[in-house]
Design a protein around this ligand. Structure first.
Ligand SMILES: NC(=O)c1ccc[n+]([C@@H]2O[C@H](COP(=O)([O-])OP(=O)(O)OC[C@H]3O[C@@H](n4cnc5c(N)ncnc54)[C@H](O)[C@@H]3O)[C@@H](O)[C@H]2O)c1
Length: 280
C-alpha cells in the first residue's frame, strides 16, 4: 500500500446510507471532508441524509438506487463518476434481514433468493460496476463490504441471512488477494457489525413487500430452543460505526468489527475443522 488515503480530498459512495450504519459511515466521511454520494432505495431518506451533511458544512449528493438491479447500480456509477470525476471509497452496505426468524424447513426458496439478491448480489453489483473504473485511477482506493458477525456465530432461524453474508466474505477475501497480486493500491475491508440498534427489521419487511409483493403473513416463526449470550448481541447505537469504518480504511484493515469478536465460537469451529482431517 502506498500513500495514506486523504479523506479530505476523497470521494465516496455509500449504499443503504439513508439509515442506520450507512448513514453513520456517510456522516463520518463527510465530517472528514470527503464528498459523499448518499445512495438508498429510499430516495427521500438518502436526500435527507445528504441535506443533514450539507447543513453541517459537508458536501453530499443523493441518489435513489436499487442494489439488486445491475442497471440501477450502473446508473449510480455513471452519476458518481460524472459528478465527482473519481471514486476513492465505495461502501457496499445496503442489506436486509428477515423477521420473524424461520427454520430452514419453513423458509421458502423466495426467501433465500431475495436475501441473496440484496445482501450478496447487491454487493457484487457494486463491485462489478465500480471496481474496474476505480482500478484505472491513481492513488489509494478502498472498498468496504458489509457482512455481519452472524457469520462467526450460529443463529438458529437465521440461515438465509447468514449464508448471504458468508457469500460477501468469500467475495471480499478473494478479491483482496487478487488486488494484492496485481499490485493495485486498493484495500478491501469486510465490516462485521454486531447488534446495532437500527430499523433493519421494519425496513426489510417494508422493502420486501414493496419490491416483491411477497406475502409474509403466513411465515412460521422459529421456535427458539436455546438462548445465546454472545458479546456481540449487546445492542449498540450506529453512531460510532462510521468512526470504526474510517479507522479500518485508514489502517487498511481487512476486517472491521463493531463488538468484541465471538472468539470462543471461532476457535471451536477451527478446532472441529482441524479434527475433521481424515488423512488418506
Ligand atoms: N443492525 C444490525 O444489527 C446489523 C448487524 C449486522 C449486519 N448489519 C448489516 O448492516 C447493513 C446496514 O443495515 P442497518 O442495520 O443500518 O439497516 P437499516 O435498515 O437502518 O439500513 C439499511 C438501508 O438499506 C436500504 N436498502 C434496503 N434494500 C436496498 C436495496 N435493494 N437497494 C438500496 N438500498 C437498500 C434501506 O432502505 C435502508 O435505508 C446491512 O447490510 C445489514 O445486514 C446490520
Amino acid at each position: 500500500m502506498n500513500a495514506e488515503l486523504d479523506f479530505a480530498s476523497a470521494n465516496a459512495v455509500v449504499t443503504g446510507a439513508g439509515s442506520g450504519i450507512g448513514r453513520s459511515i456517510a456522516l463520518e466521511l463527510a465530517r472528514l471532508g470527503t464528498q459523499v454520494l448518499v445512495a438508498d432505495i429510499n430516495g427521500e431518506a438518502a436526500a435527507a441524509v445528504a441535506a443533514e451533511i450539507t447543513a453541517a458544512g459537508g458536501t453530499a449528493i443523493s441518489r435513489g438506487v436499487d442494489v439488486t438491479d445491475l442497471a440501477s447500480v450502473e446508473a449510480l456509477a455513471d452519476d458518481a463518476f460524472g459528478e465527482f470525476g473519481r471514486v476513492d471509497i465505495l461502501c457496499n452496505n445496503a442489506g436486509v434481514t428477515w423477521r420473524p426468524f424461520r427454520a430452514v424447513w419453513n423458509a421458502k426458496i423466495s426467501d433465500w433468493r431475495w436475501m441473496m439478491e440484496v445482501n450478496f448480489f447487491g454487493v457484487l453489483n457494486g463491485v462489478q460496476t465500480f471496481l474496474p473504473r476505480m482500478r484505472e485511477q491513481s492513488g489509494r482506493k478502498h472498498i468496504v463490504n458489509t457482512s455481519s458477525l452472524a457469520v462467526h456465530s450460529t443463529n438458529p432461524g437465521h440461515a438465509p441471512y447468514t449464508a448471504s453474508k458468508h457469500a460477501v466474505d468469500g467475495l471480499s477475501d478473494v478479491l483482496r488477494e487478487e488486488l494484492v497480486d496485481h499490485r493495485d493500491d486498493f484495500g478491501v475491508t469486510v465490516l462485521y457489525p454486531g447488534l446495532i440498534t437500527t430499523n433493519i427489521g421494519e425496513t426489510s419487511k417494508a422493502v420486501r413487500q414493496q419490491e416483491t409483493g411477497d406475502d409474509l403473513s403466513d411465515a412460521i416463526a422459529y421456535e427458539q430452543v436455546r438462548t445465546f449470550d454472545f458479546p456481540h448481541n449487546a445492542p449498540k447505537s450506529p453512531e460510532n460505526v462510521g468512526k470504526q469504518v474510517v479507522e479500518a480504511i485508514r489502517q487498511n484493515d481487512p476486517y472491521c468489527i463493531t463488538h468484541p469478536a465471538p472468539t470462543d465460537q471461532i476457535e471451536e469451529r477451527g478446532r472441529l475443522l482441524a479434527r475433521g482431517y481424515r488423512g488418506h
